[in-house]
Write a protein that binds this ligand. Sequence first.
Ligand code: ADP
Ligand code: MG
Ligand code: MG
Length: 505
Amino acid sequence: MDIDNMVQNSALVRAREGNKGRSWRWKEMLRFPHISECRELAKTIERDYYDLCVYQPIGKKLFHLYCLTRPELHNYMLLLDEAFETKTDEERKSFGFYIIHTFIRSQLCVHLLNSSCFSFFFYNFLCPFTQYQFSMHFDRFLQWKHLERRPITKYNFREYRLLGKGGFGEVWASQVRATGMMYACKKLEKTHVKKWQGEHMALNEKELLEEVDSRFVVNLAYAYETKHSLCMVLTMMSGGDLRFHIHNMGKPGLTMDRVYFYAAEVCCGLIHLHQKSIVYRDLKPENILLDDKGHIRISDLGLAVKLEDGDLVQGRVGTLYYMAPEVISKEKYNMSPDWWGLGCLIYEMIAGKSPFRDKSERPKSSEMEKRIISKTVEYNEKFSTDAVDICNGLLNRNPKHRLGCQGLGGKEVKTHPFFRQINFRMLEGGLVEPSFKPDPRLVYCDDVQDIEEFCALRGVVLNQSDGEFYAKFNTGSVPRSWQNELIDTGCFEELNVFAPLRSSR
Ligand code: ADP
Ligand code: MG
Ligand code: MG
């Protein structure tokens, strides 16, 4: 084994453990600006209750802290805290009793009959939001926002090993110096983007990633530029991709408990994208990545596209082996290719090979197309009746009759008997433990020297008009991801102390 690879792997493994990766200067890096520096921000920030106090994680925390300073709001805050956390089935029952005892029996908040009534009352009669905006907690929120909005450069990160290679550049393990958070940085070489006219694609991928917010899709934390590349900083997925787990870990295929679990998580990810009118179009084992706990996320939104209401698209994109018949025959489609893709994925996880191609077989494209359009799918003894039925439903050649495309937003897939064992409510709350957990000492990717190097192209000249596109790309921190990073690494808790109101001598 190559020494260089070993050294780089052990450096990465060490950096992933705990939050030892923070720079010794971290407090200085995250020093609050004086409140006078936040005046402009205070003037321009949109005063939207939901955005400032519910959606943004640090905003939510500060709003809660503010409400706790007002005794008449205590019970509402307690309830708000409790009611919006997903509960396990056992917790739900005792939670019900708790609510009845604490809040209703004791008449602490009798007017609280349902959640919309609750929000209405909370918002309109207690008006905490109006007064919050004059509090020191809101000033503190502005200070955090000021830190969040600072420009991002390569100096914000420390780089570890190369993880993989894509069409326009390399992906590197990358750690935020100030917090120790580990991410995967996907770099797009500017010269390559320009040569292959990938500007639209790059911006499309970045903007879609910015918009999605699901535990089953890779998240964007930062977008920035360097002299040579455009960088997307993404959720670190250190458990390898599903292709690796299906084909390189002993006998091809996965155990059924893993198949149900991954299929269900992918299904939730697809439904999230579809709710945002995004067709993913590139579902295949390589694009499904595992994190260190064993949960999966959909990655690589390079081919995804957002549809305007009720629109259809046309376009032969994706990887031929996993392409749906309507895509091959250049028909118009909306979300249907993704459900076909899920069919291929479930099939491959069970059989250890894709439905239209044997392992290590390299059919010509014309042959592949013919098979996808007309070959009957064969199932071996590993497939239960339910497994055959869900695959046949998803691999229906007519999108109108395909499972997932019945105008129910994918509900019919979730309720298929194949998923009998899955509790989707718990799964969506992140409360289901994966049965397989990647080994924290292993690095699940190719050896560094086996990943081909990516060089800048000669003879491509970057100019003024490229700069305009780079500026659109270079938007820095993504607010929700940045705030979660600060909370998850403990930096928020450590720094968010309030000085005593009057200084004691
Ligand atoms: P492209 O769109 O150019 O194909 P990808 O997004 O597929 O690029 O990334 C290329 C490779 O980088 C992947 O095959 C994978 O090995 C690695 N990679 C990408 N995203 C991540 C991530 N979030 N965490 C870990 N590795 C990643
Ligand atoms: Mg890819
Ligand atoms: Mg891509």
